[in-house]
Design a protein around this ligand. Structure first.
Ligand SMILES: Cc1cc2nc3c(=O)[nH]c(=O)nc-3n(C[C@H](O)[C@H](O)[C@H](O)COP(=O)(O)OP(=O)(O)OC[C@H]3O[C@@H](n4cnc5c(N)ncnc54)[C@H](O)[C@@H]3O)c2cc1C
Length: 380
């Protein structure tokens, strides 16, 4: 068993770390306070080809593996969880769906500019009445001559009001259950497509979250993405890779919280000593370190298996379930270690605390991942 990273993996990890600590981290509080999507930051991330990490060079990508992607996503999330969530929706969900299911023309038209950061992507599966039970979605797409006509709505779509293109899942044959769901590419500005920004989120406030509305929205026939009836099946493949991304994101937020806790506990003096001298504080630091390292290992293992084309259904769910819990524990301890100062907005730990919870909800809730893991165990 080899735990060493390759030279390429180390190089990308180091490059991303230096870049995001300089170009992303200093602005995280600014965008969080304003609940504003950081377009400028996104443009900068394109300069280091962040959006192309997992895609082949022929499409303008880096051609790196999922281990590298996980390492990079951890770094980005340690700098700003909101930007990491936005990047995740752009890369793992929108771009990857097009990469996995799109034809040559769609890849040229959408994937290449998405990788280059010239287009911003979103991905809509969740609806107001279908979240965990995603296949009970209600949005419909009906073929009318040379156009599909979309009707319905999507809920909690990341990048919903700022994206240029969104992948939308809709029913094309309601008699076929989830085999009657297809995916479509819808461009911003298409008549009948509108979106409403959802404000006042608990955390991840620098990411844009929206409700999408489709009212007799007509798109060209060729905007069907993948085979008709395959949209939901393709979504499951997309989400499997996405779980590696969100696991790494959780590790990144947790790690940032631990690093801040170590720094603060050495500075803060009570009873004439730095609080880091107290065993109660040391145990909190130790517990976070152990849990985050275990989370990182589960994440990298799932990535390693994916890179070898091995099944990762259980492994990706295990990584996502455990990492998100480890993250929530770490941010909770971080606020505790910061005492009253942690509760106020002065230190970043209060933002980490708010951002962390999303990791237990997005890309499948913890309950759903326990179901997936148990299902795999019982059928083995
Ligand atoms: C900030 C943010 C960004 C998001 N971005 C996107 C995006 O870009 N694209 C997208 O498509 N979606 C997105 N989502 C949606 C996200 O994936 C869903 O919120 C999530 O899947 C849960 O669905 P729900 O919110 O409808 O909760 P529900 O499914 O209604 O669940 C409510 C509760 O019931 C539990 N529950 C449900 N079913 C079961 C069961 N069978 N057994 C036990 N417990 C169960 C859940 O675990 C949860 O605790 C985003 C959500 C948020 C908050």
């Amino acid at each position: 068993m080899d735990f060493d990273l390759t030279e390429d993996q180390k190089l990308i990890q180091q490059t991303v770390r230096e870049f995001v600590q300089k170009e992303v981290a200093p602005y995280a509080a600014y965008y969080d306070e304003r609940e504003e999507f950081p377009e400028e930051i996104f443009r900068k991330l394109a300069l280091i080809n962040f959006f192309g990490i997992i895609f082949p060079e022929e499409w303008g990508g880096v051609g790196a593996d999922y281990v590298t992607y996980a390492l990079a996503m951890e770094e980005l999330a340690a700098a700003d969880g909101s930007v990491a969530l936005s990047a995740l929706a752009h890369i793992s969900l929108c771009s990857n769906h097009i990469y996995l299911a799109g034809n040559e023309e769609q890849k040229r038209k959408y994937l290449v500019p998405l990788i280059q950061g010239e287009l911003l992507g979103a991905w809509g599966l969740t609806e107001p009445n279908s979240g965990s039970d995603a296949k009970s979605l209600r949005t419909t797409a009906v073929l009318d001559g040379s156009e599909w006509v979309l009707n319905g709505s999507k809920m909690f779509t990341t990048q919903g009001t700022v994206c240029d293109v969104v992948v939308v899942m809709a029913i094309t044959d309601k008699t076929k259950g989830h085999h009657g769901i297809s995916a479509f590419l819808v461009e911003r500005g298409t008549p009948g497509f509108s979106s409403v920004k959802l404000r006042n989120k608990l955390g991840m406030r620098g990411s844009d979250t929206a409700e999408l509305i489709f009212e007799n929205c007509r798109i060209p026939k060729e905007n069907l993405l993948g085979q008709e009836g395959q949209g939901f099946i393709d979504s499951l493949r997309v989400l499997e890779g996405g779980r590696i991304g969100i696991s790494a994101l959780a590790v990144g937020i947790g790690r940032a919280a631990l690093e801040e806790s170590i720094k603060y506990s050495k500075q803060r003096v009570q009873f004439g000593r730095p609080i880091a001298d107290f065993q109660a504080i040391q145990w909190m630091l130790a517990d976070s370190e152990v849990e985050l390292e275990a989370a990182r290992m589960l994440t990298l293992r799932a990535a390693y298996l994916k890179d070898r084309g091995l099944p990762i259904k259980k492994e990706a769910s295990m990584a996502k379930l455990y990492s998100s819990r480890a993250c929530v524990h770490a941010v909770d301890r971080a606020v505790q270690i910061h005492g009253g100062y942690g509760y106020m907005g002065e230190y970043p730990v209060s933002r980490y605390y708010r951002d962390a919870k999303l990791c237990e909800i997005g890309e499948g809730t913890s309950e759903i991942h326990r179901m997936v893991i148990a299902h795999q165990l019982l059928k083995e």
